[in-house]
Write a protein that binds this ligand. Structure first.
Ligand code: CMP
Length: 286
């Protein structure tokens, strides 16, 4: 097998920039581990990618090595093997080599060029800097946003910061159901952009009654955080909506700590602070 470092020839190829950009963008958005990247992150990664060509038979990635590069395959085919066993073949428009960089582990598989191939590559440092920079900006935006929501204002700064770490951003289009009445759920939603409509089915007439409209800074689904599984109303998006979502387990862990606390005497300052934060929190949302 030919080794990447000895035979790899990095060639600056003149390609149609537009077509390659589209291919890289689609490849990143198609990858399970990268599809949640922000548009801005994708553009920055695209900017930092450099073209490389390798000959048929080259070992692009060796299982067990320290990873230093993430690739997008533009032309040709590669084969992925693990401990000598074939896992799959990959064709143009796919990302590979992302796992070792994203999870800071050694290469999980070997990737070999089945044909002459053309790749786009970004090095670990460039990739991680982009991820970290945008991650930090996001974290600071979420913390600022949480601080501006009245229900969260009584929470200590370190709890706000941890909450910001576990929030997931979700997006909806006009008419999308975010929550369905009667369904089970364990997540709570804070609206960061847009408006939602809350409606309830009248049990006598089956008629859907609009209860209220909520907008930026409002939130819904909080009963789930107290342990209620069944949704008492439906919530639908009015236009484009962005929500920040937190699940019951993370919430309990960060704010309530009920599981920890229930079995203990609430005599430590830490337990008292948690119970107080939780009481303040629920009194402000009920
Ligand atoms: P990484 O572990 O950095 O290097 C080897 C790459 O092979 C890995 O990232 C993935 O991109 C890819 N890979 C590993 N396992 C599989 C699999 N089961 N199917 C497809 N691709 C894989």
């Amino acid at each position: 097998m030919t080794c990447l470092t000895c035979v790899c020839v990095c060639v600056c190829v003149c390609v149609c920039v537009c077509r390659s950009s589209e291919l890289i963008q689609r490849a990143l958005m198609d990858n399970d581990f990268m599809k949640h990247l922000e548009h801005g992150q994708i553009l920055t990664i695209m900017d930092c990618m450099r073209p490389t060509s390798l000959a048929k038979g080259c070992c692009v990635i060796q299982e067990g090595d320290d990873g230093s590069t993430v690739y997008v395959l533009e032309e040709g085919m590669v084969e992925v093997t693990k401990q000598g066993r074939k896992l799959c073949s990959i064709g143009p428009g796919k990302v590979f080599g992302e796992l070792a960089i994203l999870y800071n582990c050694t290469r999980t598989a070997t990737v070999t060029a089945l044909t002459d191939i053309r790749l786009w590559a970004i090095d670990r440092q460039g990739f991680q800097t982009i991820m970290m920079r945008t991650g930090l900006i996001k974290h600071s935006q979420y913390t600022d946003f949480l601080r501006s929501v009245p229900s969260f204002q009584s929470l200590p700064e370190d709890v706000l910061s941890k909450l910001a770490d576990v929030l997931e951003e979700t997006h909806y289009s006009d008419g999308d159901y975010i929550i369905r009445q009667g369904a089970t759920g364990d997540t709570c939603f804070i609206i960061s952009e847009g408006q939602v409509k809350v409606s309830q089915q009248d049990s006598a007439t089956d008629e859907l009654m609009e209860v209220k409209t909520l907008s930026k800074g409002d939130w819904f689904g909080e009963q789930a955080l107290k342990g209620e599984d069944v949704r008492t109303a439906s919530v639908t998006a009015v236009g484009d909506v962005t929500c920040l979502v937190i699940d019951r387990e993370s919430f309990k862990h960060l704010i309530g700590g009920l599981d920890d606390v229930n079995n203990k005497q609430p005599d430590s300052d830490e337990v008292k602070a948690k119970l107080q934060a939780e009481a303040d929190f629920f009194s402000s949302v009920s």
